[in-house]
Design a protein around this ligand. Structure first.
Ligand SMILES: *Cc1c(COP(=O)(O)O)cnc(C)c1O
Length: 454
């Protein structure tokens, strides 16, 4: 089926040399974007939604360019993926070189350097200086699934403890691990067994329990309802992502991690969203001085190429028998080349510091706005992972409708902003760490205008 206004299919040059500006030349979505979305509705399963109705032709630095020539400010990074910047020149170079050398062997058939080098980098960069091992996969969900497999094999136990508001993916096991029914689980059961959910530390909504008190509540539930002796792993996002950027009260993570160690339970930090400089530390566990037994990573690691990892204590990781871990594409050589270039940028381009600076701008401006706008119930986050929770000032109830209107206003005015949260009332900011200050301020201006007029 052909359409009269076909989106441009010629490859446009992206990367940081794209003009770093917000520029609208049509309404958003414009005619070419609308034409693509029309084709999408007839070709793509409707369960695969699109939040921002544009057809992308190029991206780089802090902007995304659509087929109509609009340049939108990117405050989402494709959900914390293009942290080093979209089409980062180092990543593009590495990918091009690798593609010309070879595209695939299946690492479990024949080994290559890039896979081992990514494993070495993860073993070096993740928290703790104990001996580690890494296994590579394709998606965050796949990494989490494998972390669970490994923890069960190591402990000989089955129960996995997860938290309210948790998000760990969309496969069968990770749907079970994920808290939120709509849209992630509704009608897709039955779900995997031996998954137990306990309360999270959520300072804005748990009456201000201290980290120690919230940990005591969670641990008591584990001990009473599951039994430490049955528990293979405690699996937690150090800062929850899809759940609404919930930052647990200080001391919560360390108390859980200490309890896990004392009880022979594997403490797994799901750093798929928080990892790789995003929060102003290489890994978010570092903010609390927590050294997880196992860490899962993905999103930001490979500059947009699909790659994920499980990294953990050697004795835990090596408990799986030969052939027990793997997959056809896991640790694909092109994705590994991209990851090595991205990791080089994280380490050598000051991106950890840049994330912290971005956090100062975001938190500062959003807290100023909060002082005069009672609809901003909470401002929270770390580094370039910041959110506001919007509420009805009269009742304190979550205001998901307002949140949706702000996101719509934002893209109609040239800014990509995302929502999150169990109650759908969280506006989240995940700009690429390659964004400049001018663009960041301009993007925030638009979002705050949207809030003022919504
Ligand atoms: C996104 C995410 C996942 C799932 O990753 P996919 O690559 O989408 O499978 C798992 N855990 C966390 C914390 C995430 O943010």
């Amino acid at each position: 089926m052909s359409s009269t206004v076909a989106p441009s299919t010629s490859a446009a040059a992206g990367g940081p040399s794209l003009p770093q500006e917000r520029r609208l030349v049509t309404e958003v979505p414009g005619p070419r974007s609308r034409a693509l979305l029309e084709r999408k509705s007839r070709a793509v399963a409707s369960g695969v939604g699109v939040a921002v109705p544009i057809a992308v032709v190029a991206a780089g630095g802090g902007v995304v360019v659509d087929a109509d020539g609009n340049s939108l400010i990117d405050l989402g990074s494709g959900i914390a993926v293009t942290s080093v910047g979209n089409a980062h020149p180092g990543v593009v170079d590495a990918v091009q070189q690798q593609v010309q050398a070879f595209t695939h062997t299946c690492f479990t058939i024949a080994a290559y350097d890039g896979y081992v080098e990514v494993a070495e980098a993860l073993n070096r960069l993740t928290p703790g200086d104990h001996e580690k091992r890494t296994a590579l996969f394709n998606s965050g969900a796949e990494a989490v699934e494998n972390a669970v497999k490994i923890a069960r094999k190591h402990t000989g136990r089955q129960a996995i403890v997860v938290f309210d508001h948790a998000y760990h993916g969309r496969t069968n096991l990770t749907m079970a691990l994920t808290a939120k029914n709509q849209p992630y689980k509704n009608g897709f059961g039955p779900f995997a067994p031996e998954v137990y959910r306990v309360p999270m530390s959520y300072p804005f909504r748990d009456g201000g329990l201290s980290g120690a008190e919230a940990a005591k509540r969670a641990i008591s539930q584990i001990e009473k309802q599951v039994g430490a002796e049955n528990t293979a792993a405690v699996l937690i996002e150090p800062i929850q992502g899809e759940g609404g950027f919930v930052v647990p009260a200080p001391g919560f993570l360390s108390a859980l991690s200490e309890w896990a160690t004392a009880n022979g339970v594997v403490f797994i930090a799901d750093e798929v969203q928080t990892g790789f400089a995003r929060t102003g530390a290489m890994f978010a566990s570092e903010h609390e001085g927590v050294v997880p037994d196992v860490v899962t990573t993905a999103k930001g690691m490979a500059g947009g190429m699909p790659l994920s990892a499980v990294t953990g204590r050697a004795e835990i990781m090596d408990s799986a028998h030969v052939g027990g871990l793997g997959g056809t594409y896991g640790g694909n050589p092109v994705a590994c080349a991209a990851a090595l270039a991205a990791i080089h940028a994280f380490e050598h381009d000051g991106l950890v510091e840049r994330a912290a600076e971005i956090g100062d701008v975001l938190l500062g401006r959003l807290r100023t706005a909060q002082a005069t706008d009672p609809r901003i119930g909470d401002v929270r986050g770390r580094g370039a992972m910041v959110a506001v929770e919007l509420v009805d000032p009269a009742t304190g109830e979550a205001d998901a409708a307002l949140t949706g209107r702000v996101v719509r206003y934002a893209y109609e005015h040239g800014v990509i902003a995302l929502t999150a949260g169990t109650y759908g009332n969280v506006l989240r900011f995940l700009p690429p760490l390659a964004i400049g200050d001018d663009l960041l301020h301009d993007g925030l201006d638009v979002v705050l205008e949207g809030l003022a007029t919504a």
